[in-house]
Design a protein around this ligand. Sequence first.
Ligand SMILES: [Zn+2]
Length: 387
Amino acid sequence: MQLIKRGDSGPAAAEVRATLVSLGLLAEGRHAAPEDPQSVLFDAACDLALREFQQSRGLSVDGIVGPETWRSLVASRWRLGDRLLHRSVSDPVVGDDVHTLQERLLEMGYDVGRADGIFGERTEQALRSFQRECGLVTDGTFGPSTMRALRQLGRKVVGGRPQLLRESAMLYHAGPALIGKRIVIDPGHGSADPGWVVPDEHGQVWNESQLTFDLASRLEGRFSAIGVRADLTRGPDTDATPRERAAFANALGADVLISIHLDGHANPDARGLASYHYGTGSGTTSTIGERLASLAQREIVARTGMLDCRTHAKTWELLRLTRMPAIQIEVGYLTSPDDRALITDPSFRDTVAEAILIAVQRVFLPVDNDVKTGTLDVTALRAMQLS
Ligand SMILES: [Zn+2]
């Protein structure tokens, strides 16, 4: 090829210039008059921008467009999603889109080797693994459906925990309606382990395990009323380990697990509502779990006025071993006189059950169709199920 350098005009110089502009390395205008190609000069500013480009790409910085710089300029124009990406042995696909894909796969823990912008064998294998985790066709080709899955995951899923990918992909395939979903409700504690046991000022003794079972049953009833199957991890007089509860939900192929607990503290002033989702606190988090926890938290606070102790990431066994988005809600402190007055009131438990139901509905709604916290009621919900 003919070298392109400072002082050149014509279509090749115009293309170099346009590429540098599109990369944001060069300001538009001045010489860029498309109706007059002769006016497009490889000027001093263009020369400077090209050197910057060469430096950023590890090319020799000479301000001259030779074959290598030309290939890099062409490759730099591809954005992920512009074209299909696949492995070709005879003519490897090269470009910034491949580089972006490789970086995304690396972020999620798939081994592509070095992100070199070349669609090679390891990139193909990593892409196939990703597709398998997302329930896509594992053809090793990056096309629209893989692009959608990647976009759907956003940038939050990092750290290579394939289960988190499965969660998001599941939700993506599940669609917005609750009909056909399997919900598992987990009343905390049980017969052998009653959880917090606190007498009130009238001498009546309240068990966390009984109150969580009552609340779980109210929630189950609300799901049934709108035609959604909900199962409880334990009966009123039985018990189960976190591992058994997780295995139960996994075996059912549940879409969501909601665990209900009450908190307690030696200090009677400790009170408030908190929700928990899976996460290590160092970036790895269940995206959907986090969203569900935050929606449940907000809906309950909006409807009850409880003190908002916010949402938190935890690696508790139940959250870690479940294969679906799972949250644990601590509906107040049984040891707090204020919270206890609320939680021992059946109408309060109805309100909380309704708030959780709305939160689950909202997590399945596309973000665009989401509603304001505290505005959706059960009548509206039923209408949404029917439409
Ligand atoms: Zn508990």
